[in-house]
Ligand binder design. Structure first.
Ligand SMILES: Nc1ncnc2c1ncn2[C@@H]1O[C@H](COP(=O)(O)OP(=O)(O)OP(=O)(O)O)[C@@H](O)[C@H]1O
Length: 834
């Protein structure tokens, strides 16, 4: 037997049955005179109610499908007898017939007329009367009959009960407010009920409780307890309703907002149409279309722009993709595709401009003037040279790039590649990345605004590479004239023509530039400057620039020649002039302050005034003050910062023939030291060393400034000289420095960076240097001034080196040495060189 739970629902059906049930209505709430036995029980046919829970006074339409139920109802109707409903414990069981198959509490009901439905089904209306207690099943067939009795309901009017009824009504009221399915009258009706039992049943009937809870309420015979139970269920139900209400309010607000926006937008459109105006988005789109039509794109770029524009046109203005596509089209529009500046190919003009801004640098200047000359003779020459300026910091590489651009009338742009590790920095990220952009090359082209700027790629030797890709491979594409007309950027996805760009790269050293890149570039070396050159640069360019930058007038300040020299020698130590310019700037700042304070300014800054402005000097040319020493030789080194000198120290101890080398030196230098030692061992006899001499000593070679890594073969002869000095105990001449690779047989091989090394020796104040004979060719570019003050001695064998460093061809260890061979130092008792 199935039915609808709610007594307010199915009003039509109720109306249908009203006429039939009318005749019995007055009987419904009247307890019929049942024939009670001696125990106060009566016997009635049983209707088995499965899914449904009916409460007293509740009217419910039910479908009657089961034969057993149909028989019971018919029996009841025919014999004008009350019927009871029982709930089976196991709903699946088909024909429950025993007392234990049912819950012990059932309901007496009134039944309406049976209405025929198709397929032998019937429906009817039932109304609950009273709770009954099942005593037993007295008949199974033809009609299931049960013996029941009606329990007495005693209610005590207590304050608790009154309070309970009030809270129940309040909770019910809230439920009615929140649950749209409940009719508003339900609460009003509940306020008219004074019987607590009926109140609990009426509310349990009305609200949508789970079957389990409904049954619990039905089975509770004590009205006070029933109300308590109901209160608990109502509170739970209220929680659920409030949550549901909160969610639906949010959803509703969202829907309302969207609807409102839609409505307003439609209204706006209507108003704009009325006023003959476009909306903002449509106007932006039409502006964009106009820009695309007018832009001078490459064919491929135009197609891409149009395709993306069409996608944009299809999109609702609020779509998040709109800004991505807009950004992309803007990039296409912002990049120069055809706009070019006209090159000034006048060689004389260019020569003037270059000389105006820079002193010397003839190699770079000549190369540019040649380029301009060829371009002026053959204007159609397409391929641009790719130059690489290599030299120590501050030697004017970047600044002459700027002058070249000025001379040629080109736009100048610059990108520093120092620390670029990610290929995407050069080539951009794909558009699928959030916040993606083109790489630095195209960003800079946008800045240039023309297709033929002078594009400087600074610090190409400081490119890194790691798991994020190799940026140098992307640069290969940029710098290869054969393929840079089709440079592909991940973001742009359209080929970009870089072939009109004049690329100049700069680096401090060629060593760390990947070979493939180096191969594509024409190297122009920027050697460091000698003192005279620095002096000229300071006088011609740096001083006037710093005077101007610090707000002074040329009449305010002038520098003595000795002052600049002192600045060069004692306040800076560099191959270029960057620090010199900074130091000049420092002096100018002090003068500017004096001027601003209205104090006296010295008309000329003399050498002796310098310490007053600058504090004590930072560097001392101490080389010339040194003594001749045993086991110490001066080598010439070449670093990315230009030339420098390195001192090599050797100590011997009583020991077992071990060689220890310290000072962060690389493999090549280690091997050089081994080679030098082997060479000396082979010369043991000439050096007057006993056969077992080397077995009884340990040798420690140290290259100071241990924090700086050093490597390369060029310290070979210096290592050998220091070793010979240490083992023969004959001091090395103090003012001589050397460079050259040594072979096992004592030959001296050529090395790199000669010019830088010679300049460094000159800077330090060394008088004599030894260089490999094969490096003589590198001296051609040496300034006259240096050649005049430095004695440069070419050598091709260690014998010559020994002669010049010890003043004799055969330095010999004395038979009875002047000093005892030192004992190996104990911890905390380290050797001191003397
Ligand atoms: N020959 C020169 N004539 C005039 N000024 C010079 C000359 N060489 C360098 N300078 C000046 O020295 C300063 C430093 O030069 P620049 O920045 O071009 O050095 P750089 O070689 O590019 O250094 P880095 O390798 O550190 O980038 C600039 O102000 C520049 O004008």
């Amino acid at each position: 037997m199935g039915s609808n739970n709610n007594w307010f629902d199915d009003k039509d059906l109720i109306a249908d049955f009203t006429s039939n049930i009318n005749q019995r209505t007055e009987e419904l709430f009247r307890i019929p005179d049942m024939e009670l036995d001696e125990d106060g029980c009566f016997i009635a046919p049983v209707v088995v109610l499965r899914e449904n829970v009916v409460f007293p006074r509740m009217i419910s339409p039910v479908f009657v499908g089961q034969k057993q139920n149909l028989e019971s109802i018919r029996f009841g109707l025919e014999n004008d007898q009350t019927v009871i409903t029982l709930i089976p414990k196991d709903e699946e069981k088909e024909n429950p017939v025993r007392k234990t198959d049912f819950y012990p509490i059932g309901l007496e009901i009134a039944v309406g007329r049976l209405v025929n439905l198709p397929e032998d089904h019937f429906s009817t209306l039932i109304q609950g009367r009273r709770r009954v207690i099942l005593m037993g099943i007295v008949q199974k067939k033809p009609v299931l009959m049960a013996k029941v009795y009606v329990p007495e309901e005693t209610v005590e009017e207590t304050r608790i009960l009154t309070a309970l009824m009030r809270t129940t009504r309040n909770l019910f009221e809230k439920c009615v407010q929140l649950d749209r399915k409940l009719p508003d009258e339900a609460h009003a009706y509940s306020t008219t009920i004074t019987d607590p039992s009926w109140l609990a049943d009426m509310i349990a009937t009305t609200i949508s409780l789970p079957t389990e809870q409904r049954r619990e309420i039905l089975f509770e015979l004590n009205p006070t307890k029933r109300l308590k139970l109901l209160n608990q269920f109502l509170a739970q139900e209220l929680d659920v309703l409030e949550l549901g209400n909160e969610i639906s309010t949010k959803v509703q607000n969202e829907v309302d907002k969207n609807q409102r926006e839609f409505y307003l937008r439609e209204q706006l459109k209507a108003i704009q149409a009325e006023l003959d105006e476009e909306d903002v988005f449509t106007r932006e789109l039409s502006d964009l279309k106009k820009k695309i039509d007018e832009a001078s794109f490459s064919d491929e770029a135009r197609n891409a722009a149009i395709k993306e524009f069409e996608r944009l046109n299809q999109m609702p203005p609020m779509s998040p993709e709109v800004s991505v596509i807009r950004g992309y089209i803007d990039w296409l529009l912002d990049l120069p595709w055809t706009v070019a500046t006209e090159d000034n190919l006048n060689v004389l003009h260019a020569s003037d401009v270059l000389d105006q801004n820079h002193y010397g640098l003839t190699k770079a200047k000549d190369r540019i003037l040649e380029y301009i000359a060829i371009r002026s003779l053959k204007p159609k020459k397409e391929k641009q040279p790719i130059l690489c300026f290599i030299g120590p910091p501050g030697t004017g590489k970047t600044s002459i790039g700027r002058s070249i651009a000025e001379a040629l009338g080109k736009k100048f742009v610059r990108v520093s590649l120092g620390g670029v590790r990610d290929e995407a920095e050069i080539r951009g990220h794909r558009r699928t990345y959030v916040g993606s952009m083109p790489g630095r090359i195209l960003q800079t082209m946008k800045k240039a605004g023309t297709i033929n700027p002078l594009f400087m790629l600074d610090e190409i030797d400081k490119l890194g590479n790691d798991y994020r890709g190799d940026p140098s491979s992307a640069l290969l594409e940029v710098l290869d004239p054969e393929q840079n007309d089709k440079f592909s950027d991940h973001y742009l996805e359209v080929d970009y023509d870089l072939s009109h760009v004049m690329f100049i790269t700069t680096a401090n050293s060629a060593d760390s530039i990947p070979d493939a890149l180096l191969d594509r570039m024409e190297i122009i070396e920027f050697p460091g400057y000698v003192e005279e050159e620095k002096l000229t640069i300071a006088n011609k360019y740096l001083i006037s620039r710093q005077i101007d930058e610090n707000g002074l007038e040329p009449a305010d300040i002038s520098f003595d020649e000795g002052t600049i020299k002192k600045l060069i020698r004692e306040y800076t130590y560099e191959a270029g002039v960057r620090n010199l310019e900074r130091e000049i700037g420092k002096v100018c700042r002090k003068i500017a302050r004096l001027k601003a304070e209205g104090k006296n300014i010295p008309a000329i800054i003399h050498e002796n005034d310098l310490e007053e402005f600058m504090g004590p000097p930072n560097f001392f040319q101490s080389e010339t003050e040194k003594k001749d020493e045993i086991g110490v030789a001066t080598g010439l080194a070449w670093t990315a910062n230009g030339g420098d000198i390195t001192t090599i120290e050797v100590l011997t101890f009583e020991g077992k023939g071990n060689l220890q080398i310290t000072g962060q030196i690389g493999d090549v230098m280690q091997e050089s030291a081994q080679a030098a030692l082997s060479f000396i061992k082979s010369k043991a006899k000439q050096l007057n060393l006993k056969n077992d001499f080397f077995e009884k000593i340990d040798i420690h070679v140290h290259v100071p400034e241990g924090a700086v890594p050093k490597d390369g073969p060029s310290a070979g002869i210096t290592l050998a000289v220091a070793l010979i000095s240490a083992v023969t105990e004959i001091p090395v001449k103090k003012d001589i420095a050397m460079t050259g690779e040594i072979t096992l047989r004592g030959h001296v091989l050529p090395v790199g960076g000669i010019r830088e090394k010679v300049l460094a020796a000159n800077r330090i104040g060394i008088k004599t240097i030894l260089i490999p004979e094969k490096n003589i060719k590198d001296l051609v570019e040496l300034p006259e001034q240096v050649r005049n003050v430095l004695e440069i001695i070419p050598v091709n064998h260690m014998d010559q080196v020994i002669f010049h460093t010890f003043g004799t061809e055969t330095p010999k260890r004395k038979e009875s040495p002047t000093r005892e061979t030192k004992k190996k130092p104990e911890k905390g008792n380290e050797p001191v060189l003397n």
